[in-house]
Design a binder for this molecule. Sequence first.
Ligand SMILES: [Zn+2]
Length: 102
Amino acid sequence: MDNSAGTNTKKCPHCGQWSAWNLHHEDRCTHCGELLDPQAYQSVLRRTEEEHKQEKAPKVFIQIHPNDGTFTRLWKYAVLSGQMLFAAIISFFIWLGVALAG
Ligand SMILES: [Zn+2]
């Protein structure tokens, strides 16, 4: 990487010309207009997609796997029953709200 002039350059993988580069994944070649770092661009896209997927399916309840040990299962059941109780209380208040409003 050459920082001597204060600007970065990158050899374009598409046309082979040296282009100004701001170290940004969306920077495009000044000669042919193609992405200077298509791999970085793809990985950023993939990361954003995964973040969206995780937002869609939040892990509210913990998972108990069949190959968990006895101790692991015990505390997982404890946490899970706590979560169930919490969910039950929340649903009760929602039901109460609906019942009172109706
Ligand atoms: Zn180019």
